[in-house]
Design a protein around this ligand. Structure first.
Ligand code: SAM
Length: 257
């Protein structure tokens, strides 16, 4: 192990010990996503669930006993080819429309995908089209003004990948082959996404905000502490559009009679 790797690992261990004392670090929306989707899926047997940007893993377990049918859609055929947990795979760009019939899906979900779309508004509108009336969606995404997202936008993608590889080599938060996809963070704030959903005819029924993002900086304790101070401040001030992670659950309103 090189000296720099040992240095980063030592800092990370220290930061992770401190993390137990940070009240806002406990419940992360990315971690809550699977349970929330599973709960929605369990509400009704035989649902057709569309996991957009499903990639190489299903981020939740479909309810096989209830006969759920899980479809993963992804722009990358290569990512999808490794996804064993689903019933069907569809290659397609979610910013260019969803290749499904009107009202043919019960649940549309995405985890860490909206930041990669160049037109989230179009994606949300098309989700409303493919969902049956009363169907719902669950989306969790990192947001535009999070410090890590600002840095990610400011540097070329190849540099961002190299930095992650170097600084976060052995981190449990950055699985080696599931990070570093090009991200735009377009419309990725609480209010912009909420507005897109409402404009498309959804009612937002649950919101979870995740304020903790300092694990991006756990390779160097002083930077980590600075980042923790920042997120505690924006949390205390309730600055929702600065909050680094958002999970939204929304239901498609039935059309007016
Ligand atoms: C960070 S990974 C998340 C994968 C998976 N949802 C998870 O939580 O493990 C982002 C995924 O979004 C996919 N993706 C990126 N742009 C996309 C687009 N325009 N349409 C559909 N999928 C896209 C990538 O190929 C990748 O599989």
């Amino acid at each position: 192990m090189s000296v720099s790797t040992r240095f980063f690992t030592w800092n990370r261990r220290l930061c992770h010990r401190l993390q137990h004392f940070l009240p806002h670090a406990v419940e992360h929306p990315i971690a809550s996503f699977g349970g929330i989707v599973a709960q929605r899926a369990a509400a009704r047997p035989g649902q057709r669930i569309l996991d957009v940007g499903g990639g190489k893993t299903a981020a939740f377990e479909p309810n096989r006993d209830a006969g759920d049918f899980l479809i993963a859609m992804d722009v990358s055929a290569q990512e999808l080819s490794r996804n064993q947990a689903v019933d069907a795979q569809v290659v397609g760009d979610a910013s260019r429309g969803l290749p499904f019939a009107d009202g043919s899906v019960d649940l549309v979900v995405s985890r860490a995908v909206i930041e990669h779309l160049d037109d989230p508004g179009r994606f949300v509108l098309d989700s409303a089209r493919v969902l049956r009336a009363g169907g719902s969606c669950v989306h969790v995404f990192p947001t535009r003004w999070a410090p890590f997202a600002i840095i990610n936008r400011a540097i070329p993608n190849a540099v961002a990948r190299a930095l992650l590889r170097m600084l976060q080599k052995d981190s449990p938060y950055f699985p080696k082959d599931n990070c570093g996809f090009h991200a735009y963070y377009r419309d990725c704030t609480y209010s912009r996404m909420r507005a897109h959903l409402e404009r498309a005819g959804f009612e937002v029924v649950e919101t979870r905000l995740g304020w903790f993002q300092s694990y991006y900086f756990d390779f160097f304790l002083p930077l980590y502490l600075l980042s923790v101070a920042y997120e505690l401040a924006i949390r205390a001030l309730g600055l929702r559009d600065l909050c680094p992670y958002v999970l939204l659950v929304a239901e498609r309103r039935p059309p007016r009679a």
